[in-house]
Design a protein around this ligand. Sequence first.
Ligand SMILES: [Fe+2]
Length: 229
Amino acid sequence: MVNRHIKRKPQAAPKMLILRRDTASFPTVMPLRKSPEQATQEIFDILNRRGQEAYFGEPVSQIEHACQSAQLAENEGFGEDVILAAFLHDIGHLCALPNEDEMPGLGILRHEQVGAVYLRKLGFSEKICRLVEGHVQAKRYLTHKNQQYFDKLSDASRQTLAWQGGRMNAEEAEAFESNFLFELMVKMRRWDEAAKEVNHPLPNLEHYRLMCLHHLQKNLGNGMRSEAA
Ligand SMILES: [Fe+2]
């Protein structure tokens, strides 16, 4: 006979999980991510909160630097993904947790990796994340390849280069050239260097907010992430 008075342990509420097939051949269980609206809001909250901070040792603010980088990409006719990569290439300086290593007075040491991991988690395309991740390597590459580029680096940029591993050697440069995003990464770096104009009018941030939202809606459609190509 069944004893109806036995107390059962309360069942734990099921965790919110989605199944997602990544580039590997096995389905991967991933925690439910933020919606495109929430992710966009989070990024613009960070930019609104910290965008007016100085861009380490340069005469522009973080938000001026981000917008000018994005404008340079847009002026050259690039699409949404490249414009967003340029706009968000330094987000790692602003979204980093307090335990990240810093370059004294020059921001977060591995900001390109911090930024890429953060954007990937929010659902940005692999292409955007890799472009963000590559912008420091592109600087190391250009300083190896081009003495004039090195000579024109600002003091702050020269100091961060030392923290970031210095100029590439020939072997590293050859490997970097074989990256399928190599040319775009170098372009990103050129925009990064140029995006330090003082008294350059700030564009309407709504333009980038809508672009961000559109990208995330497209990239997260059906719970699948687009490939890097
Ligand atoms: Fe930058």
